[in-house]
Design a protein around this ligand. Structure first.
Ligand code: HSE
Length: 300
């Protein structure tokens, strides 16, 4: 018995909400084909699309590690799985690549076992995968990959995850400049102390963004998507970040910022046409400075 599951890429932080906000996009995403076996233990028989970068060793792969935690939790040591992972998105892109694989794996496992564990209850296991991938179990990629749409992590301890509404007809333009920005390192460079006046600015913006989502107020969403805490540091790892912002905003973007820990950047737009034009223009700019890129346009 086997099953094929797709899980989507996600944009974590959504500019101002470091570690607390994220949303899923339609594409790209990853695919897991999982086979139930009656021999206990997890094997990974094949990984495609990763250029040989991901380990086949089930003790070192985020998908198998999180599925193993889940199996242990539900007490099923009588079964095993064989996993085929098809990476359909770049690794280390800031688009929740490891989360997409992990979430697809967990969902495949629970479905094959006809287990009633719901998507939110799979979150702790998915976080184990993140922990292994970058040393920190943030949930702002795995939660939207599991639940879809926009998600708020109101609290980590205890975990309190809330699905948020969003205006219809909001598009997301994503550009992935092909430079290496490992999440682990992108987390190490950010400051761990902030000033009260900066905190005030930041939580005003987060509240503004969440209000805008509820009120269908795209202008409010746009003017709230500012980050004075993390972006000033991480933007240094992204080629021509401020130039790309200027170009996107001039073309009518609602917002522009880093996706997750980067190097991908994203804009919200009010229509598909603008999103496409932005991705084309930014890609052409990156090509002119000799940087390869991938682009994606999605509804959210
Ligand atoms: N919130 C996480 C970070 C997301 O910014 O480090 C990583 O994709």
């Amino acid at each position: 018995e086997s099953i094929k599951v797709f899980a989507p890429a996600t944009v974590a932080n959504v500019v101002c909400g470091f570690d607390v906000l994220g949303f899923a996009v339609n594409e790209p995403g990853d695919e897991v084909i999982m086979r139930l076996t009656d021999k206990p233990g997890i094997t990974i028989s094949k990984i495609t699309g990763d250029n040989g970068r991901l380990p086949l060793d089930p003790k070192k792969n985020t998908v198998s590690v999180s599925v193993e935690h889940y199996l242990k939790h539900i007490g099923r040591n009588d079964v095993g799985f064989d996993i085929e992972l098809n990476k359909k998105m770049p690794i280390g892109s800031g688009l929740g690549s490891s989360s997409a694989s992990t979430v697809a794996g967990l969902f495949a496992a629970k479905t094959l076992l006809e287990d009633r564990t719901n998507a939110s209850q799979l979150l702790p296991f998915a976080r184990k995968g993140e922990e292994m991938a970058c040393g920190h179990g943030h949930a702002d990629n795995v939660a939207p990959a599991l639940l879809g749409g926009f998600v708020l992590i109101r609290s980590y301890d205890p975990l309190d995850v809330i699905k948020l509404p969003h205006p219809k007809g909001l598009y997301c333009a994503i550009v992935f400049p092909d430079v290496d920005v490992p999440t682990r390192e992108a987390r190490q460079i950010i400051r761990n102390k902030i000033q009260m006046k900066d905190a005030v600015t930041q939580w005003g913006n987060i509240a503004g963004l969440v209000s805008g989502l509820f009120m269908n107020d795209i202008d409010l969403i746009g003017r709230s998507m500012k980050d004075i805490l993390v972006e000033p540091v991480r933007s240094m790892l992204i080629p021509d970040f401020y130039k790309m912002r200027e170009m996107a905003m001039e073309m009518g973007a609602v917002s522009f910022g880093i996706s997750g820990s980067g190097p991908s950047v994203f804009s919200f737009t009010r229509d598909e046409e603008t999103a496409k034009k932005i991705t084309q223009k930014l890609q052409a700019h990156l090509t002119s400075i000799k940087i390869n890129s991938n682009t994606y346009v999605s509804t959210i």
